[in-house]
Design a protein around this ligand. Structure first.
Ligand code: NAI
Ligand code: MG
Length: 331
C-alpha cells in the first residue's frame, strides 16, 4: 500500500503528521511518499500543485492532504491545489460524514456527498472592475456519477434516505439538470426514499433538525457550505473528516482549512485528519477492522479527557497524538 502525504499550509502539516503517526502504528509496512502543494509552494516555485506532486499522487493512488491556504484575492497563476488535485485525480465525489459526539443530546448521523469537479469551482471568472461574472457549470455526467456514489451510500445505510439539494426554482437549467440527473440514478435503487430540498431550506432544516437527514447530495458549492454547517453537530471543524473518491484514486482530507489563527501553536486538533484516514482505511483500502481500531482509540482518548482546546481541553496536538498512538499500540 502506498500513500502520498501532502501537508500543505498552516495547520495542514501539523494534523497530517499526527494522522501519519497513527497510521504507521496500524500499517507499519505502508510506503509513504511526501510531496508539496499549497500557497507556500506557490510562493517558492510559482506553482501551487507541482507536476511532480501530481505524478506522485497518481502513482500512489491514495493521498492524505492537510490544507491549502488560498488567498481571497486574485493572484496571477494561482489556483487552489486541492481543487486541482481532486479534478486531476478524477476524485469526483467528496464524502463528508457527521455524527454527534458521544453523550450529546442529538443523534445526528448524516453524510453530505458533495460534487467535487464542477459548479462555480471551475474558477472561470471575469471582471472589468465594475461588473464581475463567474461561470457555473453543471453537467449530466458529473451529476450522475456523484449521484451514483450518494445513492449507493444511502442504500447501504439503515435509513436508506437521500436528500437532493438544489436551487432549481432560481436556476432551473443548471440545478434542474443536477436534480434530474440524480433522480434518474436514484430510480435504479429500489427502496430508497428520495426527497428534494431547496438549498436555503436545507440550511434551515439542517440547523433546526439535523437528525432528520441521512445522506444529502449537492452540487459543489452548496455541499461545501452545508457540510461546514453539519460539522457543527459533530464537534466542529477540528473533528470533521472527508474522503474524496472517484475513478480509482482517493484523497483523505479534513474538511477544515489551514486555520492561520492557530497555525504554528501546536494546538490544532488532528482528529479530522485522523478520521479522514479511518475513512480511507475503511472505504478504499478495505481494512474495516483497522478503521474501527482507529475510531475506538480516538473515542477512548477523548473519553480519558485528552482533548485539544477547540473541544474545551488543554492538550497540545502532540500530547493528543502520543496518547492516541499509545492506545492504538495497546489495542
Ligand atoms: P479554517 O477551516 O481554516 O478555520 C476556521 C476556524 O476553525 C478557525 O477558527 C480555526 O482555528 C478552526 N479550526 C479549523 N481546523 C481546526 C483544527 N483542526 N483544530 C482546531 N481548530 C480548527 O477556515 P478559514 O479560516 O475560513 O480558512 C483559512 C484558509 O484555509 C483559507 O485560506 C482557505 O482558503 C483555506 N481552506 C482550505 C481548505 C482546504 O485546503 N481543503 C478548506 C477550507 C479552507
Ligand atoms: Mg469548505
Amino acid at each position: 500500500m502506498k500513500l502520498c502525504v501532502i501537508g500543505g499550509d498552516g495547520i495542514g502539516p501539523e494534523v497530517v503528521d499526527a494522522a501519519l503517526a497513527a497510521l504507521l502504528v496500524l500499517l507499519p509496512q505502508l510506503e509513504v511518499h511526501h510531496a508539496e502543494a499549497g500557497w507556500q509552494t506557490f510562493v517558492k516555485q510559482g506553482v501551487a500543485l507541482p507536476q511532480e506532486t501530481l505524478e506522485r499522487a497518481r502513482e500512489c493512488g491514495a493521498v492524505l492532504f492537510g490544507a491549502a491556504g488560498s488567498p481571497a484575492y486574485k493572484v496571477a497563476g494561482y489556483r487552489s491545489p486541492i481543487v486541482e488535485l481532486r479534478r486531476s485525480l478524477a476524485c469526483y465525489a467528496n464524502i463528508r460524514p457527521t455524527t454527534s459526539p458521544m453523550g450529546s443530546a442529538r443523534a445526528v448521523d448524516l453524510v453530505v456527498v458533495r460534487e467535487n469537479t464542477e459548479d462555480l469551482y471551475i474558477g472561470e471568472e471575469a471582471s472589468d472592475g465594475e461588473v464581475a461574472t463567474a461561470l457555473r457549470r453543471i453537467s449530466r455526467a458529473a451529476s450522475r456519477r456523484v449521484g451514483e456514489v450518494a445513492c449507493a451510500l444511502a442504500a447501504s445505510r439503515p435509513r436508506r434516505k437521500l436528500t437532493i439539494v438544489h436551487k432549481a426554482n432560481i436556476l432551473p437549467l443548471s440545478d434542474g439538470l443536477f436534480r434530474d440527473s440524480v433522480r434518474e440514478v436514484a430510480a435504479g435503487y429500489a427502496g430508497l426514499e428520495v426527497e428534494e430540498v431547496l438549498v436555503d431550506t436545507a440550511a434551515y432544516r439542517l440547523a433546526a433538525n439535523p437528525a432528520a437527514f441521512d445522506v444529502l447530495v449537492a452540487p459543489n458549492l452548496y455541499g461545501d457550505i452545508l457540510s461546514d454547517l453539519a460539522a457543527a453537530f459533530g464537534g466542529g471543524l477540528g473533528v470533521a473528516p472527508s474522503l474524496s473518491v472517484g475513478e480509482g484514486c482517493a484523497i483523505a482530507e479534513p474538511v477544515h482549512g489551514s486555520a492561520p489563527d492557530i497555525a504554528g501553536r501546536g494546538i490544532a486538533n488532528p482528529q479530522a485528519a485522523l478520521s479522514s484516514v479511518a475513512l480511507l482505511l475503511d472505504r478504499v483500502w478495505q481494512q474495516p477492522a483497522l478503521a474501527r481500531r482507529l475510531q475506538a482509540a480516538l473515542a477512548d482518548t477523548l473519553a480519558s479527557g485528552v482533548r485539544t482546546p477547540d473541544l474545551g481541553g488543554q492538550s497540545t496536538s502532540a500530547e493528543f497524538t502520543r496518547a492516541l498512538c499509545a492506545r492504538l499500540q495497546a489495542s
